[in-house]
Design a protein around this ligand. Structure first.
Ligand SMILES: Cc1cc2nc3c(=O)[nH]c(=O)nc-3n(C[C@H](O)[C@H](O)[C@H](O)COP(=O)(O)OP(=O)(O)OC[C@H]3O[C@@H](n4cnc5c(N)ncnc54)[C@H](O)[C@@H]3O)c2cc1C
Length: 281
């Protein structure tokens, strides 16, 4: 196996152009597992570790989170609670020190924990090649399970979104409390300034799903209150929000849970997310 470690983006692109079969390595927490289990046998691996540009994190209204930003950094540095809460649920401290946003995007698993949070934030994935940059909304970037919209010569530079305040929540359910792949996860962003609600659901469909009806329902409730978030809402509103979120799920039965259990989880988690967001307001 040839392993390279380019020092600049230009060098990285040259290598991808010369050897399109090159597999990119960030923290290795997905790729090395695949190699160790014999699912992947790349002949060329290109480490991103020296690419400073991919490690940048800017937050001046528009958040630009570089692909090499680790979960530990997301947890410590990002201002949007939904991303911090998602990062906190990932793996163990070792995984959070190594695993990156770009790796979560690159693997493109419907269970990836940052992905529903990015969907709820209406985030855009930024890709780059020698031809320039390309921006793709998160929900379009995921074309299917482990099928990112990434062309062979491209690198994921990172993700961008508008800072969305503090009324946000991320919930994840697994077969235990830590070091677990989500049976279902749910992200909620209520942005009173932009008057929008985002709901992202993971592990309940082939890709990350937006719960559009639940979003409109919650936005309608808040519109009636001129987007001043109440400390709580009538019980019937929480129940209806959960029901609408659950109706957006497209789960299957698998080793981690049944479709019926996942629908139930989405109803419970999305309802709790709205309760928490109201309480935090
Ligand atoms: C014990 C353990 C626990 C885990 N727990 C969780 C969890 O709770 N939640 C969760 O979501 N994930 C979890 N994971 C999976 C993994 O940690 C994450 O998906 C992580 O974000 C992968 O990032 P990485 O930097 O390690 O990626 P790598 O393994 O280096 O790469 C993953 C894929 O992305 C591609 N890639 C990486 N960076 C780029 C880039 N900039 N441009 C283009 N392609 C790129 C690679 O080529 C590869 O295909 C866990 C893994 C392990 C081993």
């Amino acid at each position: 196996m040839e392993v390279s470690c380019p020092g600049t983006l230009a060098e990285a692109f040259d290598e991808l152009a010369a050897f399109p079969e090159t597999v990119v390595l960030a923290g290795g927490t997905d790729l090395l597992v695949a190699i160790n289990f014999g699912r992947e046998r790349p002949e060329r691996v290109m480490s991103l570790r020296r690419l400073q540009e991919l490690g940048e994190l800017d937050q001046d209204g528009l958040v630009r989170c570089g692909a090499r930003v680790t979960y530990a950094r997301m947890l410590a540095e990002l201002s949007d609670p939904v991303m911090r809460q998602a990062a906190r649920t990932v793996g163990s401290p070792q995984i959070r020190n190594a695993g990156t946003l770009g790796g979560n995007l690159g693997t493109c698993s419907p269970a990836g924990d940052t992905l529903p949070a990015l969907a709820a934030l209406d985030a855009t994935v930024v890709l780059a090649s020698p031809a320039g940059e390309r921006r793709v909304p998160l929900t379009e970037f995921m074309r299917g399970p482990k099928r990112p919209d990434r062309r062979p010569h491209e690198l994921v530079l990172g993700a961008e979104w508008l800072t969305a305040g503090v009324t946000q929540a991320f919930l994840k359910a697994g077969t235990r409390n830590a070091m677990v792949i989500a049976v279902a996860n749910c992200a909620l962003v209520v942005d009173p300034e932009r008057r929008r609600v985002g709901v992202g659901l993971g592990s309940v469909g082939p890709v990350i799903l937006r719960a559009a009806q639940a979003e409109s329902f919650a936005a309608g409730l808040l519109e009636e209150r001129d987007w001043v978030l109440p400390a709580t809402l009538p019980e019937s509103a929480f129940v209806e929000f959960g029901r609408l979120a659950s109706s957006a799920a497209q789960p299957i039965d698998d080793v981690r849970g049944t479709a019926a259990y996942r629908r139930h989880l989405v109803a419970v988690m999305s309802r709790r997310a709205l309760e928490r967001v109201c309480a935090s307001a």
